[in-house]
Ligand binder design. Structure first.
Ligand code: ZN
Length: 272
């Protein structure tokens, strides 16, 4: 009887989990899934990610992905409210369709990367650390988290305990070897800031490549990242290996180190 109760509870839990994440739109480029009340994840077929967060008066599109023809029209299938577009950082796989929107928000420290993405004819607004966007009944706060890029930001919904992190802490693997280089200490400081925010009530980190992960990270992931970065900074990390992914990246001989679910890809020449 006890075993049957456990099995029943497990099946029920599985059902609730599947039912709570509901696909609401799909085309050749992307699929949109409702994750929570007023929160959707947009996953492209090439594994980039956007989030749509809706308030009573406005909505926010976090990042603009890659393969999304008519993204501006697709977003309208989810919300008809005025849309604010915020880019977590200026990499092509997060800012690919900016030109479909007349204005975007970004951190000024990522302006150096604008030349790497498609020319943007619209108006750029620069965000500041601590800036609040009031969507009506929902306030989203900008928090600067440099390292992956100089102007990486995360977006906090303190009421829901949510954080939309772009690539600031990776999606299992954070890349720190990209130009312009950040020191390992810069990343350690961002991890510490994030851990403090999680002590204050943030408990779900929704990363920038959700298809690889299919869940929100908890604090232990950020702590693993910080401990791993500290071991690289202090020179005590002995298990790093060459990172041999065949893509164009910022240095000739990148390395990868791993602790639990957290990996850091880095340039051994630019730790300090
Ligand atoms: Zn990135």
């Amino acid at each position: 009887m006890y075993k049957k109760t456990i099995l029943f509870s497990f099946v029920l839990l599985l059902f609730v989990r599947i039912a709570s994440a509901q696909s609401v739109f799909k085309n050749n480029d992307l699929e949109i899934t409702k994750l929570e009340d007023k929160l959707w994840v947009v996953e492209t077929s090439d594994k980039t990610t956007m989030y749509i967060v809706e308030g009573d008066a406005k909505a926010m599109l976090i990042d603009t992905g890659t393969k999304c023809e008519k993204l501006n029209e697709v977003v309208r299938k989810i919300t008809k409210k005025p849309i604010l577009v915020v880019i977590t950082h200026m990499h092509g796989d997060h800012a690919g369709n900016m030109d479909q929107f007349g204005e975007v928000y970004m951190h000024p420290a990522d302006s150096v990367l604008l030349k790497q993405v498609k020319p943007y004819p619209g108006k750029i607004h620069y965000v500041t650390n601590g800036q609040i966007f009031d969507l009506g009944g929902k306030k989203l706060e900008i928090c600067h988290m440099p390292a992956h890029t100089p102007g990486s930001i995360v977006i906090l919904d303190r009421k829901e305990g949510n954080c939309y992190s772009g690539d600031a802490f990776g999606s299992g693997q954070v890349w720190l070897q990209l130009k312009p280089y950040a020191t390992m200490k810069t990343y350690i400081n961002s991890c510490r800031t994030m851990e403090k925010l999680m002590d204050e009530g943030i408990n779900k980190v929704y990363c920038g490549h959700y298809p690889y992960v299919k869940k929100a990270y908890d604090k232990s992931y950020i702590t693993d990242m910080r401990k791993l970065a500290e071991s690289l900074d202090s020179g005590t990390q002995k298990d790093a290996k060459p990172f041999d992914r065949k893509v164009s990246i910022g240095c000739d001989h990148p390395m990868i180190a791993t602790l639990g679910p957290a990996s850091i890809v880095y340039d051994p020449e630019h730790i300090k």
